[in-house]
Design a protein around this ligand. Structure first.
Ligand SMILES: Cc1cc2nc3c(=O)[nH]c(=O)nc-3n(C[C@H](O)[C@H](O)[C@H](O)COP(=O)(O)O)c2cc1C
Length: 154
């Protein structure tokens, strides 16, 4: 069975909440899901034939949150073949910052560079527009599960 790994980068808990919600909803519809709040390089590479979902906020000046930064740097430096991996990125940010959702955008680029297959364009959750970050997830989840069903088998 295809596995879905949800890898989280969160400074203050919002991305963590979104990731927990997404993981829960995906598990409810029958996918084998695992959530990683302290994601590790070796674990990510185990998903090279599965599905990787990155849920990350952006912090500082366009930076990765502390928990996911080492994973991002290791993948960037050491690489890894992800040619059979499908992925999606959920980026949380605030468009009042100049580097809006930069951490998520960097993930999109990196996963594509190593051959990953995007399932959907990145979902951007803008804190300046959205009071409840779970609201934009609803439509995205529908599209995402449609993509999983057409491109992969439960
Ligand atoms: C100190 C600080 C720096 C931030 N820097 C950025 C940024 O560079 N780009 C951006 O899009 N959002 C930025 N944000 C907004 C957060 O990404 C946004 O509020 C997000 O929802 C926080 O999610 P988290 O609680 O999971 O970290 C910043 C927020 C804080 C508090």
């Amino acid at each position: 069975m295809v596995k879905v790994g949800v890898f989280v980068g969160s400074e203050f808990g919002t991305a963590e909440r979104v990731a927990t919600h997404l993981a829960h909803q995906l598990a409810l519809i029958g996918w084998q899901v695992q959530l990683y709040s302290q994601p590790e390089y070796e674990v990510l590479l185990r998903y090279h034939q599965d599905v990787v979902v990155i849920v990350t906020s952006t912090t500082g000046q366009g930076e990765q949150p502390k928990a996911i930064a080492p994973l991002y740097e290791q993948l960037r430096e050491l690489g890894g073949y992800l040619g059979h991996c499908h992925y999606a990125v959920v980026g949380l940010g605030d468009s009042r910052y100049p580097d809006f959702c930069q951490a998520g955008r960097h993930w999109q680029q990196l996963l594509a560079e190593y051959g990953g297959q995007p399932l959907l364009p990145m979902l951007e959750i803008d804190a300046s527009e959205t009071l409840d970050s779970l609201v934009p997830c609803k439509a995205w989840l529908k599209q995402f599960s449609r993509q999983l069903n057409t491109q992969l088998t439960v």
